[in-house]
Design a protein around this ligand. Structure first.
Ligand code: MF3
Ligand code: CO
Length: 250
C-alpha cells in the first residue's frame, strides 16, 4: 500500500484530533500520583474524549477493553487499566488515541510516580530525547529508517536497548496505516518521506535487553528480563521546515 499524503483539509482534522490527545495527556500527567489506579486514569480519559466529541480509538480495537494503555514498570506497552494503585518509585506509560472528525491522534508519555531512582529517571529522559531525535530526522526527501536510526543511536549511546517487536506507524483515518516506523534501522533505507505524510513515532526503550514477551491476557507486553521500560509517542506531519508535532501540549 502506498503511503498517503494528506490534503490540507485532512491535515486540519489531524491537528484537531492531535490537540485533543495532547491536552488529554497533559491532564492525565497531572493525575498520576501515588494511590491513583490505572482504571481511574482510564475513566478520566473516557470522559474527556467524550466531552470533546471524540471516540476512544483503542476501545474495541482488536477487542482491546479500555480507552488508554497504562504500562507500569517492566510493562512496555498495552498494559490494561485496572485496580492496581500506582506507588512511589513506579513509572507508568500512558498511551491514548482519540478519533475526532474521522481522524486519529495517538500519543504516549511515561510518567514518574513520585521520586524514582536515578537510573529510571535517566531512562525516561533518554526515551523522550530519542523521540525528539526521531522526529528531527523525519524530513521530506529522507527515508523511514532515518527515524529509527536516530532513535537507536541515541538509545544505545546511553546504554539502553530498543524494542524491536513493536513499531510506530502511519496514521490518518485509521490508527495504523502504512508505513511501519521501526525504532531501529539504517539511514537512507525504507520508503521515502514526503511533506503531508502523517506518522506516529513511538520509541520503546528498555533498561536491560530488548526482548519482550506478551502476558497471558493477550495484551500486556513486558520486558523478558523484568527490567524497566519507557515509551513516548507523538503524531506528526512531515513538513519542509521540520515535522509539525500535533499531540504535544506539555
Ligand atoms: N499507540 C499504540 C499503537 O500505536 C496503541 C494501540 S493500543 C490498542 O499501537 F489497544 F489499541 F491496540
Ligand atoms: Co501508536
Amino acid at each position: 500500500m502506498a503511503i498517503s499524503v494528506k490534503t490540507g483539509e485532512e491535515l486540519e482534522r489531524m491537528r484537531a484530533a492531535g490537540r485533543v490527545v495532547g491536552r488529554l495527556l497533559k491532564e492525565l500527567g497531572a493525575r498520576v500520583r501515588p494511590g491513583v489506579t490505572t482504571a481511574e486514569l482510564d475513566a478520566f480519559a473516557r470522559d474527556f474524549i467524550a466531552a470533546e466529541g471524540g471516540v476512544p480509538t483503542f476501545l474495541g480495537y482488536h477487542g482491546y477493553p479500555a480507552c488508554i494503555c497504562a504500562s507500569v514498570n517492566e510493562q512496555v506497552v498495552h498494559g490494561i487499566p485496572g485496580p492496581r494503585r500506582l506507588q512511589p518509585g513506579d513509572i507508568v506509560g500512558v498511551d491514548v488515541g482519540a478519533t475526532v472528525g474521522g481522524f486519529v491522534g495517538d500519543a504516549a508519555r511515561t510518567f514518574a510516580v513520585g521520586p524514582v531512582d536515578p537510573g529510571t529517571q535517566r531512562l525516561l529522559t533518554v526515551t523522550r530525547e530519542a523521540l525528539d531525535k526521531g522526529i528531527a530526522a523525519a524530513l521530506p526527501g529522507g527515508h523511514v529508517q532515518d527515524i529509527g536510526a536516530a532513535v537507536q543511536a541515541h538509545a544505545e549511546a546511553a546504554g539502553f536497548s530498543v524494542v524491536r517487536d513493536f513499531v510506530g506507524h502511519g496514521i490518518g483515518r485509521s490508527m495504523h496505516e502504512d508505513p511501519q516506523v521501526p525504532n531501529y534501522g539504517r539511514r537512507g533505507l525504507g520508503p521515502k518521506l514526503k511533506a503531508g505524510m502523517t506518522l506516529a513515532i513511538e520509541p520503546m526503550l528498555n533498561a536491560g535487553r530488548h526482548e519482550v514477551v506478551v502476558l497471558g491476557d493477550g495484551w500486556t507486553v513486558v520486558t523478558k528480563d523484568g527490567r524497566m521500560s519507557a515509551h513516548f509517542e507523538d503524531t506528526i506531519i512531515i513538513a519542509s521546515g521540520g515535522a509539525e508535532i500535533l499531540t504535544r501540549m506539555d
